[in-house]
Design a protein around this ligand. Structure first.
Ligand code: AMP
Ligand code: MG
Length: 328
C-alpha cells in the first residue's frame, strides 16, 4: 500500500496537469453556473478574447428566461397568471413557449400539459417528494390546457382555478435555445450549452460530430448509448431524474395529466431536434405517451429523432437513428 501511494499522487498530479492543459487550450472557454434548478455549462470552442464576455451574456439570457417562467418567483409572467383570473400581459418569450407547448399538447393528444402546476406542487419533487392524498390529487386535476386558459392578443388568462401554468417540461430547453442564439450572433461556430442534460450544439467538434452520451436509466453514471450530433439539440426525460420510493414503488416527476400519477410505460426518452425547446417538450410528451405512441410522435415530427427505453428495459429508436447509435 505504501509503495502505491507515491504512484497515486503521481497519477493525481498528472490528471491535474492534463485538466489544466485542457482548460487552457487556446480558444476553448467554458463556464458553469447553478441556474434553473440545475448545473448549466456554456462552452465555446473557437472563442477569441471576447469569449468570456459572450458566455456571460448567454448566462444573462438564461437568467432572463428564468425570471419570466419560474412560477414560484413573484413577478414572473407565470406567477402573475397563476395568481388570479385576469388577462395578464406577458413577454413575447412566454407567449412563444406557450404556443410551442400547445402545439405539443395537440400532437400528443393531451399527454403533455403545461397547466399541471397544482398537481406538481402536491408531489413536491423539488424537495424530497411526498405521496399526495388520492382524493386531494383527483380534486386538483386541471382541465385540458385549451379549456383551462385563454390566449389572446392582449395576453394570457386563467379560466379554471385548477389550472396552474408550469413550464418545467419545456422552459429549460427554451433557455438553452436563447443562450445558443447569443453565442451564434456573436460569431461562435463551435460550442455547446448544457442545462443539466438538455444540450444544444453549435457546429461540430473539429470536423467530427459531437458524441453525446445517453445516461443508462438504471445504472447511476452508466452509459446506455452514444449518438453523433451536429448543430442540434439533444434532451432526455427520465424517471431516474427526480423520484422517491414508497413501499417499493418508484414515484417520479413525469405525470400523466389524466390521473395525476407518474406515467409508468417508459424509463427514459431521448430526443434529438433542431432546437432544445422542441426536444425538451417532445421528450416529456413521448415519455408520458409510452413507447408505442411516443415513438410514433417522434417519427412523424419533421426533423426529429429519438430513443426510448420502455419500462421493461427494451430500447427502440426512430428510423433516422438506426445504424447511427453506438452501443457500449
Ligand atoms: P422534463 O424534465 O423536461 O421531462 O420535465 C419535467 C417537469 O415537467 C416536471 O418536473 C413538471 O414540472 C412538468 N411535468 C410533469 N408532467 C408533465 C406533463 N405530462 N406535461 C408537461 N409537463 C409536465
Ligand atoms: Mg422536457
Amino acid at each position: 500500500m505504501r509503495k502505491a501511494l507515491p504512484f497515486i499522487f503521481l497519477l493525481a498530479g498528472l490528471g491535474l496537469v492534463l485538466w489544466r492543459w485542457q482548460a487552457t487550450l487556446p480558444g476553448v472557454k467554458s463556464e458553469t453556473r447553478l441556474m434553473m434548478g440545475t448545473i448549466i455549462e456554456i462552452r465555446v470552442e473557437d472563442g477569441g478574447k471576447e469569449a468570456e464576455d459572450v458566455i456571460g451574456r448567454a448566462f444573462g439570457e438564461i437568467a432572463r428566461v428564468e425570471s419570466m417562467m419560474d412560477p414560484h418567483r413573484s413577478g414572473s409572467d407565470l406567477a402573475k397568471i397563476n395568481a388570479g383570473f385576469e388577462m395578464v400581459r406577458v413577454n413575447d418569450d412566454t407567449r412563444r413557449v406557450l404556443d410551442e407547448a400547445l402545439r405539443i399538447v395537440d400532437r400528443s393528444k393531451g399527454a403533455f400539459s403545461p397547466v399541471l402546476g397544482g398537481v406538481v406542487d402536491l408531489w413536491d419533487f423539488d424537495n424530497e417528494g411526498r405521496l399526495p392524498d388520492p382524493e386531494v390529487l383527483a380534486a386538483a386535476l386541471p382541465p385540458s390546457p385549451r379549456e383551462g386558459i385563454r390566449v389572446a392578443n392582449e395576453g394570457i388568462q386563467r379560466i379554471s382555478p385548477k389550472v396552474k401554468l408550469d413550464f418545467g417540461a419545456i422552459a429549460k430547453g427554451y433557455a438553452v435555445d436563447r443562450a445558443v442564439e447569443i453565442l451564434r450572433n456573436s460569431g461562435v461556430t463551435a460550442g455547446s450549452v448544457n442545462a443539466g442534460g438538455d444540450i444544444a450544439f453549435i457546429g461540430d467538434k473539429g470536423g467530427s460530430p459531437w458524441r453525446v452520451a445517453i445516461q443508462h436509466p438504471r445504472e447511476a453514471g452508466g452509459l446506455l448509448a452514444v449518438i453523433p450530433v451536429r448543430d442540434r439539440a439533444v434532451v432526455t426525460s427520465g424517471d431516474y431524474e427526480r423520484y422517491f420510493e414508497a413501499d417499493g414503488v418508484r414515484y417520479h416527476h413525469l405525470l400523466n395529466p389524466l390521473t395525476g400519477y407518474p406515467a409508468d410505460a417508459c424509463r427514459s426518452v431521448t430526443v434529438q431536434a433542431p432546437g432544445a425547446m422542441l426536444a425538451d417538450g417532445l421528450a416529456t410528451a413521448a415519455f408520458v405517451l409510452g413507447p408505442e405512441a411516443g415513438l410514433k410522435l417522434l417519427e412523424e415530427w419533421p426533423g426529429v429523432e429519438g430513443l426510448i427505453v420502455s419500462a421493461d428495459g427494451s430500447v427502440e429508436v426512430t428510423s433516422g437513428l438506426q445504424g447511427k447509435v453506438v452501443w457500449p
